[in-house]
Design a protein around this ligand. Structure first.
Ligand code: HPA
Length: 257
């Protein structure tokens, strides 16, 4: 049974998206949750008439590495703020031949290779064990809205892809990328999990908007440099912002489970 929501849309900004220009900020709140303090304050505002709550995944300034992010606090803080649909923006490495630097990808599946992260809300004080369905980790409706938003903005994006969530903070070896490719992965990043599953545990719609910032290790003869990553962010992040702008109102109209 679905019901209407007038909830704000949550945006979790990753590397290259610590602040959201275009967001008319109406308030900034320091919050805490039963899981601790989120990575940044919540910036509340409006984009295209839609209420939005923005959170910087790595803090503002960017200081929290992927394996140290308090994903539970971040997702809970958005939930407590009334958010029921979340866009996770992720910088990633490209494995699929179509997914080179500055390419925007809206993946449809993921494989989790992370370890040692607090990855569930359901582990203490339980009256029964909970196994949520996670067959489709990303909301099909929210994905369709982002794809259509990109199309209407005249941007070419990849509307498929298996996201490999790796532990980091180091990048992968070439052999690890060969293994990920053999596993069926198309893109690789360090922050996609457990964020997606935590949102699912709270019954939220979750979608990933990924920007490829480098070819994954071993995909070219070059090593991966921060300068190249920053250049791809500069080239691609304006498209990400544009897709966010045009997608906010339809995302805000989504129902949730
Ligand atoms: N691997 C993992 N995470 C990443 C990469 C990568 O190549 N690029 C950006 N985030």
């Amino acid at each position: 049974m679905k019901r209407e929501t007038a909830a704000p849309v949550g945006i979790i900004g990753g590397t290259g998206l610590t602040t959201l220009s275009g967001l008319q900020i109406t308030g900034q709140r320091e919050v805490s949750t039963i899981w601790g303090t989120p990575s940044s304050c919540l910036s509340e505002g409006v984009i295209g008439g839609q209420k939005v709550v923005f959170l910087a995944r790595h803090g503002d300034p960017h200081r929290i590495p992927p394996h140290k992010v308090n994903y539970r606090a971040n997702v809970q803080a958005l939930y407590d703020a009334g958010v029921r649909t979340v866009v996770g923006v992720n910088a990633v490495g490209g494995i699929h031949q179509e997914m080179g630097p500055a390419r925007i990808v809206i993946p449809d599946q993921l494989i989790d290779y992370t370890w040692g992260r607090a990855s569930t809300f359901f582990e203490e004080d339980l009256t029964h064990t909970t196994h949520i369905d996670f067959t489709h980790p990303y909301s099909a409706e929210a994905r369709a809205i982002l794809v259509e938003g990109a199309r209407s903005a005249g941007l070419s994006v990849s509307d498929f892809g298996v996201y490999a969530a790796t532990q980091g903070p180091r990048l992968e070896t070439a052999a690890e990328i060969v293994r990920l490719e053999r596993d069926g992965c198309d893109l690789v990043g360090m922050t996609g999990m457990p964020e997606a599953v935590l949102a699912a545990e709270l019954g939220m719609n979750y979608v990933c908007l990924a920007l490829v910032v480098n070819w994954a290790a071993g995909k070219t003869d070059q090593i991966i440099t921060m300068a190249d990553i920053e250049a791809a962010i500069d080239e691609g992040m304006s498209g990400v912002r544009r897709i966010l702008e045009v997608s906010m109102a339809p995302l805000g109209a989504l129902t949730h489970p």
